[in-house]
Design a binder for this molecule. Structure first.
Ligand code: 4AZ
Length: 251
């Protein structure tokens, strides 16, 4: 996150760190991208693992933590049972389309993550929000000071930018489609970046936090006229429901 601040404990309780290590190794798990807890056993994320051979990696998700290099008592670590990719995912040199995936977590009796002050689900949005709405992004990705990312979870406020504005020639031109939207500031500075991918852009809707976007792509980070591009979650509500069977924010 560029232009962010250290997240307050419990402020982003749906934030997931998706971590990998070589299969069967004793290596420490390494954070590769973000995700969002939407049900006790379901995490929403992006395509990041589409090219990974799952037989060669161990994957885990960590919930309820703020720092990557130390274990915190508030953390819950869960294994991934299944990764579901979107059938229409497509990547070109200039954009990523249908950039969404679901992870089903391992648990017992339908319970995986346990709700606490530090671990909660984000609700799915029920309708589009207005351009200019202020929303929140978070993650451990690259910052203006470190391309390696941040050890501490950072968050920042960004504004939803209209599709028309973001499709202007000096911004992203004609590559945008309705599976994505832009958010941030055209003057630059505050943005998501590499390592934040798959993580949340949440907004207030009817006094609840809804997961409105997933960090997807952009032309570098924090640059003037190159805001972050996010997967448009409202475009995928039927897809999400068909894969997870139900739409709710109760664990
Ligand atoms: C990336 O490389 C990436 N500024 C993520 C987000 C943005 C750009 C690049 C948005 O994963």
């Amino acid at each position: 996150i560029y232009g962010g601040l250290k997240a307050i404990p419990g402020a982003q309780p749906w934030q997931v760190s998706l971590q990998v290590r070589p299969k069967g190794s004793n290596q420490l798990y390494r954070h590769i991208c973000g995700g969002v807890l939407i049900k006790s056993c379901w995490v929403l994320t992006i395509h990041i693992l589409y090219n990974t051979k799952h037989e060669f990696i161990d994957m885990q998700v960590v919930l309820g933590g703020l720092t990557l290099n130390s274990e915190e008592p508030t953390e819950q670590t869960l294994q991934v049972e299944e990764a579901i990719k979107h059938e229409d995912y497509r990547e070109t040199p200039s954009a990523v389309y249908n950039d969404i995936a679901l992870l089903r977590l391992k648990g017992s009796n339908g319970v995986c993550a346990h709700e606490t002050q530090f671990v909660k689900t984000a609700c799915l949005p029920d309708a589009p929000l207005n351009d200019g709405t202020e929303c929140t992004i978070s993650g451990w990705g690259a910052t203006e000071n470190s391309s390696y990312g941040s050890n501490h979870l950072l968050d920042a406020k960004v504004m939803l930018i209209s599709q028309e504005k973001c499709s202007e020639a000096k911004i992203y031109g004609s590559v945008l489609d309705d599976t994505m939207f832009c958010a941030g500031y055209l003057q630059g500075g505050v943005d998501s970046c590499q390592g934040d991918s798959g993580g949340p852009l949440t907004c207030d809707q009817n006094s609840t936090h809804v997961i409105y976007g997933l960090v997807s792509w952009g032309d570098q980070c924090g640059r003037k006229n190159k805001p972050g591009v996010y997967t448009r979650v409202t475009h995928f509500l039927d897809w999400i429901k068909s894969k997870t069977e139900t739409n709710g924010c109760v664990i």
